[in-house]
Write a protein that binds this ligand. Structure first.
Ligand SMILES: [Zn+2]
Length: 427
């Protein structure tokens, strides 16, 4: 493990003690408090969620703690959703080089998310079970929020001042023209169900398979152009903090992002999640599994949250804003940070070569151990196939440069890009 990872990003390994002391120094900078809640109403039993607030970047160092949250909305059964819930986090962490400092770790995260999603998909498919799932996976580390998603389980951010932004894109064929074009170009057919008499009904679907989503995990019985490569967005919140609402389409088919955010402002996370579900059911009834996770990223000096909802007018303030006995300079400093969410990273391409990027040659490639950038298996020097070999999408990269893929992952990459006939025949 160590040799491979040392090679992959040519980082020198930092001794654990040095890392921990570095973490302690960063710790002096105030970290926000993370509070979360969840609520769900089930109809088909195919929605799953993940809340894990005790992950550590550096094992044994509490100051390197980060949190992971996710929603998995399964279809055609719940096996893919359960498998993804149990394995995705480990696969993402397994794709991160060890011994990285906090900033490097956060920088390496988008690529590790891509590898982790593809590995989870590949492993689940190898079990030969049908079913598929959306995955909206969120890492909160300090003020930095990183979201990776396939499918249509949205994650929104509500910041102080009432600005609501979406941190995911919906991979629905009906609403996403780019994805429609990609699927068609890769050999899929996009159309509606037709009933007797020729009338077309329902949303746009992809054939073979008839899935409404253009990206998912699992779904071995649809075309391989339904890819598990996530849209990834990384943002840094202002010191005012913010609230994340992560939910399955049972919520989003009933409520707009704004409506969901507004419906629960001022409530602590646990009550907020319940309120969002309640509001969705009130609007649309229980038509689908409806699951919601609310995550509050709260400045360390924020007043304690009330356990009962405050009066309507003061809801938002009670959550995020410091009382006005702040000194004037302190207050204006606070206000200058309000609403400024710094965008650190955004990429949605479905092309693995673009997402895995390039690696500088380290001079060790003839002697060092290669590792597949997706599934992390060791490769003999003759086995590794550059992710860029034969690719028209990365003209600047050399075919002998990493990252490298094992032959299995290389086959998967070609199939996802429509360069190899999908394993499924149209009936
Ligand atoms: Zn591989």
């Amino acid at each position: 493990m160590a040799s491979g990872e040392g090679r992959r990003n040519h980082h020198t390994l930092v001794p654990l003690a040095a890392l921990i002391s570095r973490e302690m120094k960063t710790e002096k900078m105030e970290k926000p408090t993370v509070r979360c809640g969840n609520a769900a109403q089930s109809r088909k039993g195919e929605d799953y969620f993940l809340i894990k607030t005790d992950c550590q970047r550096v094992p044994g160092s509490p100051s390197s703690t980060f949190s992971a949250f996710a929603i998995f909305d399964g279809h055609n059964g719940n096996a893919a959703a359960i498998y993804t819930k149990e394995n995705l986090l480990n696969h993402v962490l397994g794709a991160l080089p060890r011994g990285l400092g906090r900033d490097e770790w956060l920088q390496a995260l988008p690529r590790a998310l891509v590898a982790g999603f593809v590995k989870t998909d590949k492993e689940f498919q190898s079990r030969g079970e049908t079913s598929g799932t959306t995955a909206t996976f969120v890492i909160v580390d300090g003020w930095t929020v990183t979201v990776a998603s396939v499918g249509d389980s949205r994650c929104i951010l509500d910041t102080q001042g009432g600005a609501v932004s979406t941190l995911t894109v919906d991979h629905r064929l009906e609403e996403n023209i780019e994805e429609r074009e990609r699927v068609t170009a890769s050999g899929g057919e996009v159309g509606r169900l037709s009933i007797v008499g020729g009338a077309e009904i329902g949303p746009l679907r992809c054939w073979p398979g008839g899935l409404c989503l253009s990206r998912s995990i699992g779904d071995m019985d649809v075309g391989e152009f339904i890819v598990p490569i996530p849209y990834v967005k990384q943002v840094k919140l202002s010191r005012a903090g913010g609230r994340l609402i992560i939910a399955s389409d049972g919520i989003w088919d009933a409520l707009s992002s704004d409506m969901a955010a507004k419906s629960c402002r001022g409530l602590p996370a646990e009550l907020a999640a319940r309120q969002v579900v309640k509001e969705a059911l009130r609007t649309r009834g229980l038509k689908d599994d409806t699951t919601c996770v609310v995550v509050d990223i709260i400045p360390p000096d924020a007043p304690e949250q009330p356990s009962t909802p405050p009066k309507k007018q003061s809801r938002l303030r009670a959550l995020f804003r410091k009382k006005s006995r702040d000194s004037v300079s302190k207050l204006s400093k606070k206000l200058s940070a309000v609403g400024i969410v710094e965008e650190l990273f955004e990429e949605g391409s479905a092309m693995l070569a673009e997402r895995l990027g390039t690696e500088e040659p380290t001079g060790q490639s003839t002697t060092g151990i290669f590792m597949c950038a997706v599934c992390q298996v060791d490769l003999a020097p003759s086995e590794g196939i550059s992710v860029h070999a034969g690719s028209i999408f990365s003209t600047s990269a050399k075919p002998w440069q990493g990252p490298f893929l094992c032959s299995d992952c290389r086959n998967k990459k070609d199939a996802m890009e429509g360069k190899r006939p999908s394993g499924v025949k149209v009936a």
